[in-house]
Ligand binder design. Structure first.
Ligand SMILES: Cc1cc2nc3c(=O)[nH]c(=O)nc-3n(C[C@H](O)[C@H](O)[C@H](O)COP(=O)(O)O)c2cc1C
Length: 368
């Protein structure tokens, strides 16, 4: 299977299936000398874990990370960092009824069409568990970014029809509410909405917003590795993401130039913008403002209602999905979005180091 690798200089390859022995990631290109221990990674994996609230799958997954290589005496060595999480609570029998049939909305049919053979237990590579490798690698990237003062914060903006109120925005609530909404009132409403969905054996979708602060101007390459292009590829590669917006996003197409342009001015002798419709990127390059983007998630495909589908033997059948599924993907994916943003940004940050002859000269002269 090709396409399990992302990044140019900070390069990750995720591996493993949801019901195999383990899942993990290899990170190649992380600079040496970064302080790193298992707990740095575990803190992020714990945010991804299910089984914590009634609006997530009741599967209990410990998801304990092991660092296999690339770290010595608490620091990265510059060699490939291999991270592993062993699978523990697989219940493969839950999936036996989909071995020969295709769940609507999931990747079963397309996997068979492509490979002619698939690990049907839990969705294999297209399972939400594949994101363990992304989150583990993202934790390393975030450690690197934090050492430079760059922060990445994602949160749930909406669940079904329930949206947060910016006037009630409280960042402390992101990790405290079961929905990851930074607004207690909206979070309660969203929980009620989700409970109604669950009573009807249904699922729902939502939107995650992500803000990147203190990113210097100059990150992103002008053509194929644009900041917005690389962020969108990283985020759209998460299962269930159907749309990506940066800055005003879809609304920009409704604005006039005079409304959409962000005027420049000088603040403390530095170029600043009076508004941020652009979302912190111009020409694919960061402009020094906050980068702000949104990921739109579809409803979880595995629902417990009877649905029409087909089997491999040419029959039209009715399917009732079993197993333990998230009634909504969004709260569990907040940390995945943060991780994917961190990976895209770290890669561009390292690539940007060779953009100017001055940087190259300074680096080699300071070595001699
Ligand atoms: C964190 C996370 C958890 C997920 N949990 C489930 C789940 O419990 N059940 C399910 O059917 N899909 C789940 N998904 C979504 C599927 O992985 C995804 O819809 C599927 O691979 C099809 O891909 P597509 O929706 O991008 O077309 C989850 C996705 C993520 C990112």
């Amino acid at each position: 299977m090709a396409g399990s690798t992302l990044g140019n200089l900070f390069r990750i390859s995720t591996w493993g299936e949801s019901h195999g022995a383990a899942l993990g990631v290899v990170i190649d290109g992380c600079p040496s000398g970064l302080l790193l221990c298992e707990q740095d990674i575990q803190d992020y994996l714990d945010r991804r874990k299910p089984g914590k609230t009634k609006i997530a799958t009741p599967r209990k997954e410990d998801d304990t990370v092991e660092i296999l290589s690339g770290v010595f005496e608490g620091r990265t060595t510059g060699t490939p960092i291999s991270l592993l999480v062993r699978n523990q609570t697989q219940r493969s029998k839950d999936y036996s009824n989909i071995a020969d049939s295709y769940r609507p909305g999931h990747a079963d049919y397309t996997f068979d069409a492509k490979y002619g053979f698939r690990d049907y237990r839990g969705g294999g590579r297209s399972s939400g568990r594949e994101t363990i490798g992304r989150v583990a690698a993202g934790a390393v990237a975030l450690k690197l970014l934090h050492s430079l003062g760059i922060q990445i914060t994602a949160y749930t903006k909406s669940i079904g029809p329930v949206e947060i109120d910016p006037d009630r925005f409280n960042p402390d609530l992101i990790k405290a509410t079961p929905t990851c909404m930074p607004d207690a009132v909206a979070s309660k409403k969203a929980e009620n909405y989700l409970e109604e969905c669950m009573k009807q054996y249904d699922s729902c979708g939502g939107v995650i917003e992500c803000v990147i602060t203190d990113l210097p101007a100059g990150l992103g390459e002008p053509v194929f590795d644009k900041l917005d292009a690389n962020l969108s590829k990283a985020v759209l590669s998460i299962g269930g993401v159907k749309a990506f917006e940066i800055g005003d996003g879809f609304k920009a197409s409704l604005l006039k130039g005079s409304e959409n342009n962000d005027s420049f001015y000088y603040r403390d002798n530095r170029v600043a913008k009076s508004t941020n419709h652009a979302g912190g990127t111009l020409g694919g390059i960061s402009d020094g403002d906050h980068v702000i983007f949104r990921a739109h998630f579809k409803p979880t495909p595995s629902i417990f209602q009877a649905q029409n589908t087909v089997d491999k033997n040419g029959n039209e059948i009715e399917i009732k999905i079993e197993g333990r599924h998230d009634p909504i993907i969004v709260p569990r994916a907040v940390v995945v979005v943060e991780a994917m943003a961190a990976l895209a940004i770290t890669d561009l940050l390292l690539m940007n180091m060779s953009a100017k002859m001055d940087s190259v000269t300074n680096f080699y002269h300071s070595k001699s």
